[in-house]
Write a protein that binds this ligand. Structure first.
Ligand SMILES: Nc1ncnc2c1ncn2[C@@H]1O[C@H](COP(=O)(O)OP(=O)(O)OP(=O)(O)O)[C@@H](O)[C@H]1O
Ligand SMILES: [Mg+2]
Length: 285
């Protein structure tokens, strides 16, 4: 899907967003719109702002200035927090599973937003939720492992448990922050494929932070490139040039001009604009 061909409704909107963390300008995004059903892969060097962007969408970080709207609401507003927590799922690098609990118990945690907190506290879930968890475990190829403690699982099995818990949530948006960084390259590809297939069956909007553009290109409908907190690429994976990769991963273009004057001007302007912000240091400088 190209940038100009987004058929779904906007589910994530950022307007003039700045996020200052300590003395760092961690994110500086003028405008960003992500529509329902998109599979967006966010690329960027370490410290470029990928996790900060996910945390903003999840409502765990507030913008210092500007506006973030997710599914029609401010994700950090206290009145919509509970509803938002349920509708936006996050799979992060460490998965945050409970190691001493079983696979099924961890997956059932995904339905906490819609069952009574008292019964779930005692580990009682409705039969329908058990059945749903079983079906999802089958989908992520963990059937038969329901009763295994998470601490006894391999890295790939833990990752699939985390995916299952996110699917159990019935979220409209799934954020995955470097979800395969703990896996070897072959497993990482299979794990991403599984995640994208499960998400596609549900027409969920997916945002994945990933370091490997080649891998991301296999699954993304759209790339977003961040460098020093700024949006430096937004478009289809097929349009992501070597020059874009250089800016995204090094935070600056090489001395060598590309021959494409529009692209060279854009790169120079991005870096100059970022340098002009008073009192703030560009992250990575
Ligand atoms: N609590 C904080 N206080 C100060 N600076 C912070 C804080 N959290 C993040 N930062 C800074 O904000 C910048 C963006 O961080 P972020 O974690 O979003 O980067 P990232 O792209 O996810 O990096 P990585 O690929 O290493 O995970 C970094 O330079 C980081 O040091
Ligand atoms: Mg990160």
């Amino acid at each position: 899907m190209s940038v100009s061909d987004r058929s779904g409704q906007p589910v994530i909107e950022l307007e003039d967003v700045h996020v200052v963390l300590g003395s760092n300008l961690a994110l500086d995004i003028e405008a960003l719109e992500i529509c329902a059903g998109e599979r967006v892969f966010v690329l960027g060097h370490s410290g470029s702002g990928k996790t900060t962007l996910s945390r903003l969408i999840k409502g765990r970080t507030r913008p210092s200035t500007g506006r973030v709207t997710v599914l029609g609401h401010d994700p950090a507003a206290p009145e919509s927090r509970r509803r938002h927590r349920r509708r936006v799922a996050m799979i992060d690098q460490e998965y945050h599973l409970v190691p001493r609990l079983s696979v099924a118990e961890n997956v059932l945690h995904g339905c906490l937003g819609r069952v009574s907190p008292w019964t779930s506290l005692l580990g009682w879930y409705p039969a329908a939720e058990h059945a749903k968890a079983g079906a999802i475990l089958e989908e992520v190829e963990l059937a038969g492992m329901e009763n295994r403690r998470v601490e006894t699982l391999s890295g790939g099995q833990r990752q699939r448990t985390a995916i299952a818990r996110a699917l159990m949530q019935d979220a409209d948006v799934i954020l995955a922050d470097e979800p395969v960084s703990a896996l070897d390259p072959e497993l990482a590809e299979d794990a991403l494929e599984l995640m994208v297939e499960c998400v596609a069956r549900r027409n969920v909007t997916l945002l994945v932070n990933l370091h490997q553009p080649d891998l991301a290109a296999r699954f993304a409908s759209r790339f977003i490139g961040l460098a020093n907190g700024k949006l430096v690429y937004d478009g289809p994976p097929s349009g992501f040039t070597e020059r874009d990769a250089e800016l995204v991963y090094r935070g600056k273009p090489s001395e060598k001009p590309t021959g494409d004057s529009r692209q060279d001007d854009r790169l120079a302007q991005d870096l100059e604009a970022a340098d002009r912000r008073p009192g703030l240091h560009l992250v990575g400088d």
